[in-house]
Design a protein around this ligand. Sequence first.
Ligand code: CA
Length: 266
Amino acid sequence: MLRFRSAGSSHRGLVREGNEDSGFAGPYLQLVADGVGGAAAGEVASATAAYVVTALHLADPTADVLELLARSVESAHEQLRAGAAVDNARSGMGTTLTALLTDGVRVALGHVGDSRAYRFGDGELSRLSRDHTFVQTLVDGGAITAEEARRHPHKNVVLEVVTGERPSRPDLVLVDLVVGDRVLLCSDGLTDLVEDDRIANRLAAATDPEAAASALVDDALAAGGLDNVTCVVADVVEGPRLQPDGLRLGAFADPYLVVDPAAVRG
Ligand code: CA
């Protein structure tokens, strides 16, 4: 059986007035959500998605991992639609959502948008998620290289987010992780500014997830801090068998963390 030992760090950056990212780092669930919509309450959208996924997981920790993530994305859509219905200013709000969920045996990735999930194992960094962006479609079609995508004028055009306006089409896949792997979930405030080589070096060198998350956020700030930046880092470790009567919050040494914009540095 496996579980995660994880930590998260978030910063509003050096340019933006608020932090619209949210995140969660727990023994069986990691997630990052990057709110979009500016004045239309991006931080409400990302926090809503983060809480929906987390609440459904904690209520049913032995659920099928793919089914629970699918249900979470649908529920987040419903909650955002309800939120927009009572407050017109929130009608355009949306959020990315990248989540890794395990039941101790299988690990599922649920992904919408341009936040990312990476695996670092055997000294190699590999990407677990595929950006739902215009430039990624150009890369996939062979029109531009990944390096050209980084500097493309339309690199921030995101094709799929979780909104209240229509159901989204998440990527839902099982991923192979083994004890000893380290995973990173992050918002584009990291990956727009910090190269993969640097990310790999940080993940390799940090003694624990907290140090890795903190170092990566610092790298984004040192590179200009142009956007909110959130990093959740998790080590895959041996874990106990999950009990169907629910997760006992006191059963784990490391705390559950919701990366709440109001509660973190910056
Ligand atoms: Ca962002």
